[in-house]
Design a protein. Structure first.
Length: 549
């Protein structure tokens, strides 16, 4: 939740860079001082030659500067251009607001009806909700008569106020538990919303420009980006964001490359890849702590194969170098695991391809919707995103959500048809078997049927069943309370972590957090306190019940 903000706000210090990956950058930096030293004598000699004509040169340069001064003055926009730009600005904002209301209403209705949101839908709901929440104080000016006359004054005093777009005891305990679970989910959602929209304009503005220049350089002009730029931009592509925006052919190729079953829907493939990424990340930390030299040859080959590093016909020393580079890039330079494996796939057939060239090829193959969403995320951190960019990203993500829903529906329909066919086959087999039995076995008499029915009768009375149900309900409630207590503690920990980060950012940037985020934070703390009290009450009731027994 907060690791993206931490990656943006912390000062980036590259420690122990990979030897092979940063070799070109080091050679360039080491060769520059020699070049400057070679140019110094030429500069001194040329200056001595030009010295007699210094007066003429000064006069001509001043005349050139005076002539160029009027040309450098930026041309002002006409009144029509200003009106047109302002109208376009508010039109894009109005369309964005309408789309956000439509998307958030649809997803909220799905949640209220017991539906399940995918990861993409949950991220879409967080993105749209953060803007709609600002409509609450803004609606006062519409409801109160003549209050809109004070709107310019209020917007001048509070600029962030404007939206960025424009029954029995057991059943009673069961209801309490369900309500508590819903409130915990809402608290977790509020925490994620606060973390996503807490500090607009708090990151380095140069990062957004570097990101745009980087992709313009490698995709349009074909220029070679430096190794430092590759590592800097790679950190912006988080694993979750990258996986959610990869196309199905890329997901299938990634699964095959990592020796994962590639059958199933896109969401199922992403689930499998996430699990493998999590295992690799944990294994990288263990390898870094214990040291690569502690691995045996078999363990070394297995670790390289899991990361897509070709281990066939390679010496143990080469494998250790490759694994050391992987761990260094993944842990020390925070290069996402997804990009690392994609780059390995590009260099699998040609081992002469360097890691930086493989990363460049990976960036060129990324889908446009992934690049657009990552760029919007970077721009939102520096407060330079536009309504048009937000509108395009929302529409792209909504199209992907609709495609995934259609794919899930087709898979569900295919499963239903397969189940119906299997049921029909079993019924047909049972009917044929029953016909064969009827031909050889006579019907039982009524006395035998009565005896059999008596044997089938349940040995438990209604009172015994009720006691058993109550005991199971109490046990289930106790387990649920323990799970909800753990979930509450996790939300509290994340919120405290976010508050510490917010204080650090405030001290570093001298900026206050968004007022809507501050109000949400206070509401979240109040909600967490109420949930904590309810859990204490449930635990106390359970303790009293166990003592009474």
């Amino acid at each position: 939740m907060t690791r993206h903000a931490i990656g943006i706000h912390r000062s980036i210090h590259l420690a122990s860079p990979s030897r092979r990956l940063l070799r070109n950058a080091e050679n360039k930096s080491s060769s520059e001082p020699q070049l400057f030293k070679a140019q110094k004598p030429v500069s001194s000699s040329s200056s001595s030659k030009v010295a007699p004509d210094a007066t003429t040169t000064t006069t001509s340069s001043s005349a050139t500067t005076a002539a160029a001064a009027p040309a450098s003055v930026k041309k002002k926009k006409t009144l029509w251009q200003k009106v047109k730009d302002e109208a376009t600005h508010y039109w894009d904002g109005t369309k964005l607001l309408g789309l956000e209301i439509r998307i958030s209403s649809k997803l909220t209705w799905k949640l209220l009806n017991g539906g399940y949101l995918t990861r993409r839908e949950a991220r879409q709901l967080r993105r749209t909700t953060s803007d709609i929440l600002r409509l609450v104080p803004f609606a006062v000016f519409v409801i109160v008569p003549f209050m809109e006359l004070l709107l310019p004054v209020a917007l001048k005093l509070f600029p962030n106020m404007l939206p960025s777009t424009y029954e029995s005891k057991s059943s009673g305990e069961e209801k309490k538990r369900k309500l508590l679970k819903v409130r915990l989910e809402m608290a977790e959602f509020l925490q994620e919303t606060i973390a996503e929209s807490g500090f607009p304009g708090s990151a380095n503005p140069q990062a957004a420009k570097d990101f745009s220049d980087f992709f313009r350089k490698i995709r349009m002009t074909g220029e070679q980006a430096s190794t430092e730029d590759l590592l800097k931009v790679a950190r912006s592509f988080e694993d979750e964001l990258t996986l959610d925006n990869l196309t199905r052919p890329q997901l299938v190729s990634l699964c095959k490359y990592m020796n994962i079953n590639s059958f199933g829907t896109d969401n199922f493939l992403r689930f499998q890849i996430r699990n493998r990424m999590r295992q690799i990340k944990a294994d990288d930390k263990i390898i870094q702590n214990e040291g690569i030299s502690s691995l045996t040859i078999q363990e070394l080959q297995s670790a390289c194969a899991a990361r897509g590093i070709p281990s066939f016909s390679m010496s143990p020393g080469r494998l250790r170098d490759e694994l050391a580079q992987w761990v260094d890039l993944n842990l020390n330079h925070q290069v996402p695991t997804t990009l690392m494996i994609l780059s390995r796939a590009f260099s699998f057939t040609d081992r002469t391809v360097s890691t930086e060239d493989a990363l460049r090829a990976t960036f060129n193959s990324l889908p446009d919707n992934l690049v657009n969403e990552t760029e919007l995320q970077v721009l939102e951190m520096v407060g330079e995103s536009t309504f048009k960019q937000k509108l395009e990203v929302l529409e792209q993500q909504q199209e992907l959500i609709e495609d995934e829903s259609e794919q899930e529906e087709k898979e569900a329909q295919a499963r239903r048809e397969a189940q119906e066919a299997e049921i029909q086959r079993l019924e047909e087999e049972q009917r044929k078997a029953a016909d064969k039995l009827d031909a050889f076995i006579p019907d039982q008499s009524k006395e035998e049927e009565a005896i059999e029915s008596k044997k089938v009768e349940s040995p438990l009375s209604d009172e015994d069943k009720q006691e058993l149900e109550d005991a199971l309900a109490k046990l289930r409630t106790k387990m649920d309370v323990l799970e909800e207590r753990a979930q509450l503690n996790e939300i509290k920990f994340n919120h405290e972590d976010y508050k510490e980060l917010a204080e650090q950012v405030k001290d570093a940037t001298k900026r206050d957090a968004d007022k809507a985020s501050l109000r949400l934070g206070k509401r979240l703390e109040k909600m967490l306190s109420e949930i904590d009290q309810e859990l204490d009450k449930l635990e106390k009731e359970q303790q009293e019940g166990s003592n009474a027994q």
